[in-house]
Design a protein around this ligand. Structure first.
Ligand code: SF4
Ligand code: SF4
Length: 329
């Protein structure tokens, strides 16, 4: 069977980050080298897509790259890229605002996912970036304003729920609701507590935060309270994802179809390619001359697919695909 290239591709454009978040899944491997793929290589990779793709640019902090505008332009000009997400901590406003100027008239959906971990004090402390909270809010407001003229441009604040910010979240929701700011909740993840039945040799050892996860009861209680106090605030997809994640955390085994290795895939800043972030890469794109179709149909990719039929995890991107393709548990 031949596999078309992923319809949802996570692309790490850098391993460099200006923040020092306790809950970062890749904390131990950030800022180790500056070997990110160049624009020509990224272009070759994108031009080998064989089906329409939602491309998610991440890192590290994408805006630490001097040529991030070129990368965004290249991605949007690729016929097979149907929509683009840019994940950012929004600290580098001097770079993000000019990028937004260039995106004012974008004619494909461009979605900014801005991370926020708490109210001002909690957020700035967790990010180790003074003033970060205010910058995130200013970028959210700017995109909100631009989106009135061009609905292709959108954003959401992404709140990663963990022990340390549990107390802040209801106040945050009230603040967001009052200010008309869109947000969503994701759950802290790490292989030691939120991935199950991954064969030992495939487990990505770098995938884990220093922060502690909230308990299932704490998460469920919080979500119920938010749904009571702000019934329409969390999107239907967000609620379904949290429900599915809680069921998986409880069952500790696969209870729904996972599309990683078919619809979902990940490419790292050094060209390594994997089925998903939770498992080790199956190779490096240079082995397949930067052709994603060839890599995705390689024996190495198949070998990983065959070993990953029973595992389960709560990675939001993978759960989104499961739910959107209608096979949620
Ligand atoms: S901003 Fe993102 S990549 Fe950087 S340390 Fe925080 S979670 Fe990690
Ligand atoms: S369930 Fe899917 S996304 Fe999660 S670890 Fe297994 S293969 Fe990866």
């Amino acid at each position: 069977m031949a596999y078309d290239t992923p319809s949802s591709l996570i692309l790490f454009v850098t391993g460099v980050c200006n923040a020092g978040c306790q809950h970062c899944f890749y904390r131990s491997s950030l800022n180790q080298s500056d070997d990110a793929l160049g624009i020509d290589t990224l272009s070759r990779l994108l031009n080998s897509l064989s089906r329409k793709c939602h491309l998610s640019l991440t890192g590290g902090e994408p805006f630490t790259r001097k040529d991030i505008d070129d990368i965004i332009k290249e991605a949007l000009s690729c016929e097979m890229v149907s929509s683009l997400a840019v994940n950012t901590n929004a600290y580098l406003t001097d770079k993000i605002n000019p990028t937004l100027d260039k995106l004012k008239n974008c004619n494909k959906p461009v979605y900014f996912q801005l991370s926020l971990d708490g109210l001002k004090e909690t957020h700035d402390k967790n990010r180790q970036l003074r003033g970060c909270f205010d910058r995130v809010i200013s970028i959210a407001e700017r995109i909100e304003s631009l989106s009135r003229d061009n609905p292709m441009l959108s954003y959401s604040l992404s709140v990663t729920l963990m022990k340390d910010n549990l107390r802040d979240v209801e106040d945050m929701m009230q603040f967001f609701s009052r200010e008309g700011i869109k947000s969503k909740i994701t759950l802290l993840r790490g292989n030691s507590f939120s991935s199950f039945l991954i064969p030992g040799q495939l487990m990505n050892p770098e995938y884990g935060p220093a922060s502690a996860a909230a308990s299932e009861d704490e998460i469920r209680g919080l979500i119920d309270r938010i749904r009571m106090s702000h019934p329409t605030y969390l999107s239907e997809l967000n609620i379904k994802k949290i429900d599915l994640a809680l069921k998986i955390l409880n069952a500790k085994k696969r209870i729904s179809i996972c599309h990683a290795g078919d619809n979902d895939g990940v490419i790292y800043h050094n060209g390594d390619i994997g089925i998903c972030e939770q498992v080790v890469p199956f190779g490096n794109m240079r082995n397949w001359d930067w052709n994603l179709y060839k890599a995705w149909n390689s024996d190495e990719a198949d070998n990983h697919r065959k070993q990953l039929t029973k595992c389960a995890c709560i990675h939001g991107c993978n759960l989104s695909t499961t739910i959107q393709l209608g096979k949620g548990g």
